[in-house]
Design a protein around this ligand. Structure first.
Ligand code: GLN
Length: 491
């Protein structure tokens, strides 16, 4: 039998249905891979007992022919999703050993469909970061390294644990969240597929909030088809989240292999940055050529407000974060530091519970929302946001079906290499992804090639609201042309 961890989710589904192996065998293979990969620090909590009992349950259902669409498939869960009875920390000291008494809607739908939980995955503290370096559990290693070089690289962030675990074959897929790029950027850094669906497609209920008007859950997977399978289970209307939309969830997998002939693909000229590495430029042209060869038509489009997206995002996101994070006061959850008064208790708890990046965001957010500055910063950023959204609407109104861009401005970098002296250096990673969150649109990152040092690079496709299907069809074309990439094992 081939190594069970190297299968795609779709292949594993077939093997389980054909009784070639059991979910318990598949789960055990992944649990043992996780044990051998602790160096990567992708998991912050392993739940082997729960995994085996869920696998046995799935095997019983498979035997009876009552299996759900993800029956017996072992997954990793980003530690931002509340899991009932299982520690959930958002990788922040301030949540301490918080054990939720409830399950997030997204994860409960995965369990409803038969998936198996292997454990909780590392992420940037409260999902703030682009390198998974702000986690209170320490950084995550990218399974990819530069050719002939042993430097450990970051897997991207904030869903760094999710991307690293999927790329290192520790789980067959993972949940992730994306506020400004946190699904797509780590997917691009690790040669995995990540889709951020349209805002409102997945319920945010039970996901630790960062910036509520931008946060959206989605999967990171080994192939475009696998990501379609996972999103189908994760998506759906939930009365517990008023921003979740009551539109039927399509069979995303049916979009795989569908012809893209005649589709109009926009190439936004504003995404051609000065000083962008030639390799990224080359990858972008290659991607366009693959789509053209499949029958799509390429058109240059303009998204004139792109240059304001990053500054506006770094006002809107911290503003919402400062308000969302007000609840961590040392009284309601996790960590509590003592103080002589209740105010001092709050101050001491928040000072020692939040890491530096989170404190920075809370301070920026509080400042831009404060009386006297609100209009100049927050209100203006909201207006810019409307213009960014309108840029995309204008483009789609001209008949464009999807937009092709690079996913990131560079390949993965070394731990500690970026953002030490200047946080903006780190924020620049999100330049191609934040626009999509600001506009609430779906975006997928698909592995598309490698740079001269052998590191993976990804392309991004941006779609119309609730048209994830077109992204899956186009993503499949890129995947077929580029192939799939697996890192050589060193851990
Ligand atoms: N890197 C961005 C930030 O730090 C996006 C994070 C995310 O999408 N959660 O805010």
């Amino acid at each position: 039998m081939t190594d069970l961890t190297s299968l795609t989710l779709a292949e594993a589904r077939k093997g389980l249905a054909d009784k070639t192996f059991t979910s318990l065998e598949l789960t055990d293979a992944h649990l043992s891979a996780i044990e051998k990969a602790r160096l990567l620090n992708a998991f912050v909590l392993e739940t082997p007992d729960q995994a085996r009992s869920m696998a046995r349950e799935a095997d019983a259902k498979l035997a009876k022919g009552e299996a759900g669409p993800l029956a017996g498939i072992p997954l990793g869960i980003k530690d931002l999703f509340a899991t009932k009875g299982v520690r959930t920390t958002a990788c922040s000291k301030i949540l301490g050993n918080f054990v939720p008494t409830y399950e997030s809607t997204v994860t409960s739908q995965l369990w409803r469909d038969g998936a198996v939980m292997l454990g909780k995955l590392n992420n940037d503290e409260f999902a703030m970061g682009s390198a998974n370096e702000t986690s209170c559990f320490g950084p995550v290693g990218n399974p990819w390294r530069r050719e002939g070089n042993n430097t450990t690289l970051v897997p991207g962030g904030s869903s760094g644990g999710s991307a690293s675990a999927v790329a290192a074959l520790l789980c067959m897929g993972a949940t992730a969240t994306d506020t400004g790029g946190s699904i797509r950027q780590p997917a691009a850094f690790t040669a995995t597929v990540g889709i951020k669906p349209t805002y409102g497609r997945c319920s945010r209920w039970g996901i630790v909030a960062f910036a509520s008007s931008l946060d959206q859950a989605g999967p990171i997977a080994r192939s475009v088809r696998d990501s379609a399978m996972l999103l189908r289970s994760m998506a759906g209307h939930d009365p517990k989240d008023t921003t979740s939309v009551d539109i039927a969830v399509p069979d995303y997998e049916a979009a795989i292999g569908k012809s893209v002939k005649g589709m109009k693909i926009g190439i936004p000229k504003e995404y051609r940055l000065d000083g962008m590495p030639a390799e990224i430029e080359k990858l972008w042209s290659e991607g366009a050529a693959w789509l053209k060869a499949a029958g799509a038509e390429l058109v240059e489009v303009s998204l004139p407000h792109t240059k304001y997206a990053l500054p506006a995002y770094y006002i809107v996101a911290p503003a919402e974060a400062s308000s969302n994070l007000a609840r961590y006061d040392g009284v309601r959850y996790g960590l509590r530091e003592q103080g002589k008064s209740i105010t001092e208790l709050y101050e001491n708890t928040r000072a020692s519970g939040f890491g530096a990046e989170v404190r920075r965001r809370v301070m920026i957010g509080t400042y831009v929302l404060s009386a006297g500055y609100y209009d100049a910063y927050y209100l203006r950023a909201q207006k810019v946001r409307t213009l960014i959204k309108k840029d995309f609407e204008d483009c789609f109104a001209k008949g464009v079906d999807a937009i092709l861009t690079p996913a990131t401005p560079s390949a993965a970098f070394g731990i500690g290499e970026k953002g030490g002296a200047d946080p903006v250096e780190m924020y620049l990673n999100d330049i191609f992804t934040v626009t999509v969150n600001m506009a609430g649109l779906p975006g997928i990152a698909v592995p598309s090639g490698k740079d001269a040092q052998g590191l993976p690079l990804g392309l991004q496709l941006i779609g119309r609201p609730f048209d994830e299907e077109t992204l899956f069809s186009l993503g499949e074309v890129i995947e077929q042309a580029a192939g799939r990439f697996t890192p050589a094992r060193w851990w």
